[in-house]
Design a protein around this ligand. Structure first.
Ligand SMILES: Nc1ncnc2c1ncn2[C@@H]1O[C@H](COP(=O)(O)OP(=O)(O)O)[C@@H](O)[C@H]1O
Ligand SMILES: [Mg+2]
Length: 243
């Protein structure tokens, strides 16, 4: 019998599609429902854009409300940046399909003060997706590595208990050989890891995405070309990066 509930586009069971061209096919139809995905990469590699796109597509294509927690950029500046892709984030906010939270650096140690409000939105609007940009900024505000790791584990427990599928951005840098080094190993504690590359090659830059880890799924560890187009990021798993 067909469901009478209002739904968006069809989704594979237990998967949360990103709706990003080329990406879902790389991750068996989408992120695992309720999982924590680290999107780690170079500055300017597209971490913030991918996070916003995950929520934008969630709202527009799948009617799933989402939350964006920003430690990097003000709402005004992010909304303006993202409007170049034709994404009207204000409209999504009005429709309660998007909730934007800004955390100032001095507030990060008191993240729990914001938790009630975030949980409130999740429960009230049945939010399914959450983006934290960046997890590195949140975690590095702790005084020691030990404290940071403890805070990260606590945060991840909370995200899991809220039932959302989370995308955490993390700062790392790739060297000329494409090897990634992260300042803090958020990736180890996540269920899945995507690396985003912004690599200098003589007089031009290459953008790429690699699915590095997916608990419970196979990954092909191929560096896939990534492009910033008129409608955001698109990934090309069938094209080669180096010509
Ligand atoms: N209007 C645009 N058209 C095409 N590319 C853009 C546009 N605006 C930004 N970019 C690209 O987006 C990248 C920045 O993406 P961003 O998501 O902020 O990266 P990160 O969060 O990893 O630092 C830049 O490298 C730039 O190439
Ligand atoms: Mg960013």
């Amino acid at each position: 019998m067909a469901s009478k509930r209002k739904k968006g586009a069809a989704k594979p069971p237990n998967r949360v599609p990103t709706g990003v061209t080329g990406l879902d096919s790389l991750v068996e139809g989408g992120f695992k429902k309720g999982s924590i995905v680290a999107v780690s990469g170079d500055p300017g590699s597209g971490k913030t854009t991918l996070g916003v796109q995950f929520l934008y597509n969630g709202a527009k294509k799948y009617k799933e409300p989402g939350i964006f927690i920003s430690l990097e950029q003000s709402k005004h500046s992010l909304f303006e940046d993202m409007s170049c892709y034709g994404w009207d984030l204000k409209d999504l906010e009005r429709k309660k399909l998007l909730h934007f939270v800004t955390l100032q650096p001095h507030e990060t140690e008191n993240f729990h003060n914001h938790e009630l409000m975030i949980r409130g939105f999740i429960e009230e609007h049945n939010a399914k997706r959450l983006v934290l940009d960046s997890a590195t900024s949140l975690i590095m505000s702790h005084k020691s590595n030990h404290e940071a790791r403890k805070a990260l584990i606590l945060l991840m427990d909370k995200l899991r208990s809220w039932g959302v599928t989370s995308l955490l951005t993390a700062e790392s840098t790739s060297d000329v050989h494409g090897n990634m080094t992260s300042s803090f190993k958020i990736e180890f504690l996540s269920d899945a890891v995507l690396y985003l590359y912004n690599m200098r090659r003589s007089n031009y830059r290459l953008h790429a995405l690699e699915a590095v880890k997916m608990r419970g799924s196979s990954v092909n560890n191929k560096l896939c070309p990534l492009k910033f187009g008129k409608q955001g990021i698109a990934v090309y798993p069938n094209q080669t990066l180096f010509k």
